[in-house]
Design a protein around this ligand. Structure first.
Ligand SMILES: NC(=O)c1ccc[n+]([C@@H]2O[C@H](COP(=O)([O-])OP(=O)(O)OC[C@H]3O[C@@H](n4cnc5c(N)ncnc54)[C@H](OP(=O)(O)O)[C@@H]3O)[C@@H](O)[C@H]2O)c1
Length: 249
């Protein structure tokens, strides 16, 4: 099935900021948004919620577990077969929270598989399809100020118990995925952004609540619409924050 719309793939689109972004993007009749979900039930529920917004853009869901490389290559094959190209990739999904007493090696391994290796494998698998985009392909690697050496070194305090080192270090590694990807693809026709939404309401962890000072989910998601619409193309390669500025690496 060919599509004339801008095909936009958002990992982890069944929840939080990814789902909110999908809901914003379908306001554009020219967007065809594909969200990924580990759970088919959660993904279907998100699609129903987004369809309930009665917006003109298209929405669909595909199953994906970023910790399973074959899941990524199978999805790339599926998108290639059905659409032949991809116009935008939002490497949004991540894990930060684990059940109590999860051993540190497991927290480190899963965080890196989901938050670093998975997004890199997504870039590898979807790059050929992004290069077939009929417009300038745009990529967002959804990171965090928690992955910035300078921000973490200068944090006055951490209010939420044990510092989640697996999450912080995985986001720092994701930042290097962005920078080194760009080094290997200089001069090619695409735009890549690393993005931090700031502290936002979501299911990322137990503290991501409005009552703890998190901002409404849509405020973390909305700046990515402008990025995907090309309004930030002049900042290609930057570590953009939700306030319209840039974070230090
Ligand atoms: N919220 C914040 O304050 C904040 C701040 C800075 C950066 N961020 C970043 O924002 C992005 C979105 O997070 P969020 O806050 O919206 O949290 P969220 O509500 O927990 O959403 C995370 C999404 O990632 C998915 N996911 C987790 N592990 C996965 C895996 N192995 N394979 C595929 N999908 C997986 C989750 O699926 P399940 O529903 O199945 O778990 C969920 O759909 C993340 O990259 C996060 O690091 C968030």
């Amino acid at each position: 099935m060919a599509s004339n719309s801008l095909i936009t793939l958002i990992t982890g689109g069944n929840s939080g900021i990814g789902k909110s972004l999908a809901g914003l993007l379908v306001a554009d009749a020219n967007r065809h948004v594909i969200i990924t979900s580990r759970s088919i039930d959660k993904g279907n529920a998100a699609v129903e919620e987004i369809k309930g917004l009665k917006q003109p853009g298209k929405i669909e869901m595909v199953q994906l577990d970023l910790t399973v490389p074959s899941s990524i290559t199978a999805l790339a094959k599926d998108i290639e077969t059905r659409y032949g190209r991809l116009d935008a990739l939002v490497n949004n999904a991540a894990i930060a929270d684990f059940p109590p007493n999860t051993p540190l090696p497991e927290r480190m391994e899963t965080s890196f598989k989901a938050n670093v290796t998975g997004p890199l494998l997504m870039l590898e698998a979807f790059w050929p399809l992004l290069m077939k985009s009929t417009t300038t392909p745009r990529i967002i690697n959804h990171s965090s100020g928690a992955g910035s050496m300078q921000i973490v070194k200068n944090m006055p305090d951490w209010a939420f118990g044990e510092v989640p080192i697996p999450y912080f270090s995985s986001k720092a590694a994701l930042n290097m995925v962005s920078c080194s990807w760009m080094l290997g693809h200089r001069g090619e026709d695409y735009k890549m952004f690393t993005y931090c939404p700031g502290f936002t309401e979501s299911n990322l962890g137990p503290h991501n609540k409005l009552a703890n000072g998190a901002k409404p989910v849509v405020e973390g998601a909305r700046p990515m619409v402008a990025i995907l619409d090309g309004e930030k193309d002049a900042e290609h390669g930057g570590f953009l924050n939700h306030e319209g500025g840039q974070h230090p690496w």
